[in-house]
Ligand binder design. Sequence first.
Ligand SMILES: Nc1ncnc2c1ncn2[C@@H]1O[C@H](COP(=O)(O)OP(=O)(O)OP(=O)(O)O)[C@@H](O)[C@H]1O
Ligand SMILES: CC(=O)N[C@H]1[C@@H]2OC[C@@H](O2)[C@@H](O)[C@@H]1O[C@H](C)C(=O)O
Length: 400
Amino acid sequence: MKTATEDTRGRRRYAVGLMSGTSVDGIDAAVAEISEDEGGRVRARLLSFENKPYPAPVREEIFRLFEPREATVDRVGRMNALLGELYAEAALSAIAAAGLEPGDIAVVGSHGQTIYHSPEPQNAEGYELRYTVQIGEGSVIAARTGIPCVTDFRAADMAVGGQGAPLVPFTEYLLYREEMRTLLLQNIGGIGNITVLPAGCAPEEVIAFDTGPGNMLIDGLVSRFCPGKAMDEGGAIARSGSMDEALLEALQQEPYYRLPPPKSTGRELFGAAYVDKLLDMGRERGLRPEDLIATATQLTAWSIGDAYRRFVLPRHPAEAMIVGGGGSYNPALLDGLKRELEPMGVRVLTQEEAGHHSDAKEAVAFALLGLCALDGRTGNLPSVTGASRPVVLGKLSDSR
Ligand SMILES: Nc1ncnc2c1ncn2[C@@H]1O[C@H](COP(=O)(O)OP(=O)(O)OP(=O)(O)O)[C@@H](O)[C@H]1O
Ligand SMILES: CC(=O)N[C@H]1[C@@H]2OC[C@@H](O2)[C@@H](O)[C@@H]1O[C@H](C)C(=O)O
């Protein structure tokens, strides 16, 4: 795999990374100084980070686009252009906050907003098709900022048989791997995903996959029970309820958890229809809203513990799991995770406790992946996505 080229060693460049995750909470924008030392070790120094929440009507419209029957081409096209504008503004604002000018920036890497993800092959006309849709027009970002912009990172991996996700593990391999210690990095966003960096690992030894729901079920239930609220702030609702053991056991039967990696998932499985099912089950069992939210919180913690136990522990026992993403701000979820992992000898630490800036990580990852694309370097890990080979990710919109 090409992870370093002669001409980039010793150079420092600035790149912007933009990330909008599956929680649909807004736009994360990071400016990073990315360098590579003579030994090929890559470093990213965070210069600025901003989170711009989506305006409420934009968030509502994006949720409508998750429903394929509602996602008509005109609506998708309009949102693609609108997000391009919002992303460009977020990039320019983060550049100013870093004390830089657009002309200082080598590239904007923009993940976009996922509105559909179908990573398992679908047979059509004799072809095996995988597809994924991220919107937020790169040409608009390039035109407004005057900076080359890379978007659509997932399609190239899918074109060679991969899941198109997760992509952040390649950057975690570049930035965080250690010689003497196995690292478990668990992100709890809308979806949960784990990266295992075995001590002194080569790229092909990295294990990473989506563990299942992150905050998606909790957020979904909260927004149904408490219109206007988007999350269980501080885990307060879950803490006031009691988990229902029998319901938990029923939910644990979801086949996704037993599916061996490579695997990835999204709202297609754990989105609105799943929340409807949970609400029905809760009603049948006479559960209070807080009991259902406590059960969904425990299911989420269990799914992470189960993924570790099933797919990681046998080969890579680790001492600590570093938890990032918005779910790390939910103490009820963290407590559940501790109850799952501590009996297996794994300490649970937040990214902040481990000395990292949690919120900026995915945005920095896309800044780095944008630079990889600009340099013509590969950016996927076939062992993680299931792709047949490493490929250069993304589509470049030139700013000229
Ligand atoms: N103070 C808090 N208390 C409880 N939950 C929180 C808190 N802050 C954030 N969260 C949860 O974290 C979510 C946002 O997480 P994050 O920004 O990591 O997701 P994302 O990047 O959109 O998702 P993904 O990584 O799956 O793409 C919120 O929707 C909420 O559920
Ligand atoms: C299709 C898609 O947007 N997937 C996201 C999602 O959010 C978390 C998890 O599911 C991960 O697979 C991925 O994002 C991160 C950034 C990744 O590719 O590593």
